[in-house]
Design a protein around this ligand. Sequence first.
Ligand code: ADP
Ligand code: MG
Length: 423
Amino acid sequence: MEFTKNLLLNFSILMVLLFFLQMMIERQVQSESIRWINLLFYSLSFIACIVFSTTIANGVYFDLRQVPFIIGSLYAGLSIPLFIILVIIRGIVGINYGFWVSTFVFLFMVILFCWVRKWFMNLAANQRVGVSVLFSFMCSLILMMIVLLKQVPIQLTETWVSFLVVPAIATGFISSTMELIRQNSLMRKQLVKAEKIEAVSNISASISHEIRNPLTSVKGFLQLLGEEDYPVEKRNEFLKIATEEVNRAEQVIDDYLTFARPALEQVEEINVQDELSHVFSVLMPLANMHAVEINQVYSGNIKITGDRLKFQQAFINIVKNGLEAMPSGGFMTVETVKSTREVHIIIKDTGYGMNEEQLNRLGEPYYSTKGKKGTGLGMMVTYSIIRAMKGRIKVSSIVGKGSVFHVIFPNPHSSEKLRSQNS
Ligand code: ADP
Ligand code: MG
C-alpha cells in the first residue's frame, strides 16, 4: 500500500498547488507574468512529486510527475521548458538508469505534444479531458514497459495497477478542474461583453436624442439663410451658431465611439481625472435626459494602474445606475481623494436608494429591480473589474435619499515612495 499512498499524496499536493495557481492567475492580466507563474507552479509540482516518489528499483522512482507535465504541455503549451526543468530536477536526484528512461519517455511526449497541441485545443472540453487521460495512461504504460524490459523486478500487482490507474485518474481530475476554470473565466468575459453591449444600446438611445437637437437647429438656420436676404453680420452669426451645434454633435459621437470600441486588454497608467471626465461626457446625454446636475471635484493629478477601458466600463455602470435612480432629476457628485497608500473615488447620487436586502444583493448576477429595462449584470461586471484592479468598493444607501459608491484603489506610487524613503 505504501506505493499507492505515495501516489495519492502526490495527487493531493498537485490539487493544493493547482488551487494556488488559479488564485494567482486570477489576479494577473499580463500574459507574460501568467507564463512565469505557470512555470513556477509546474516546477514546484515536479519537485513535490519527486520528493514523495517511491523507489521501485535502484534508480527507478515512480510518482505522478507525468500529470503536471501533461497538463502543462497541453493546456499551457509549455512542453519544451517543462521538459528542460524536469530533466534538471530529475538530474539533481541522480543520473542513473531511471533518469535516462524518464528523459527518453518525456522527450517522446514533448515531440508528440508539439505535434498535437493545436488539434487538442480545438477539441470540445470533455474530449480534451478524455485525451489527457489517454496520454497519461499511455505514458504510464510506456514507462512500465521500459522498466520491465530491463527486468527490474516489480512483484506486486498493486504497483502495476496503481501506476496505470492513479496517474490517469489524477490527470482526469485535474484536467476537468482546468476545464471548469476555463469555462468560468470565459463566461465572465462574455458577461462583461454582454453588459457593454447593453450599455451601448441604452446610451445610444439618449445619444440619438442628443444629436437630433443640434441637427434640428442647424437645419433651421440653413432654412433661414436660404429663405430671406439677411445682412452679412446676421448670416455670420447664424453660421457661427450652426457650426457650434455641429461641433457639439460631433463631440457626442466621438465620446460614444471611444466607449463602444472593442476593448483590448492592456495594463497602463490611468489618469483618474481624464477617465472619469470621459465617463461623464459619455453619459452626459443620459444625465440631461433625466435632468440630473453633475458636479465633479477632482483633487490633483491622480494616477493608478490598470486597463483603461475596463476602468471606464466599471464607472459607466456605477454612474448609469445612479442616473437611472433619479428619473425625475437630482444631483450627482464625483469626488477623488488621494492618500499615501490609496486612491478614493466617491460617487454620490440623490436617487431612490436601496434597502438592506438590495444592498446585500448588489453585484449578484442577474439581480435587477428594473424589470425588462435592466440586465442585473452591471454591478457584477463593475465588482469583477475593480477586484481585478486590486481595488475594493463600499456602498451605502438610504431609501428615498440616495446612494454613495466609494471605490478604493491602491496608490501605485505609495510602494515606490516607501522604497525611496527607506534607501
Ligand atoms: P441593472 O442596472 O441592469 O438593474 P445592476 O447590476 O447595474 O443591474 O444593478 C443592480 C440593481 O442594483 C439595480 O436594479 C438597482 O436596484 C440597484 N442599484 C444599483 N445602483 C443603484 C443606485 N445608485 N441607486 C439605487 N439602486 C441602485
Ligand atoms: Mg445597471
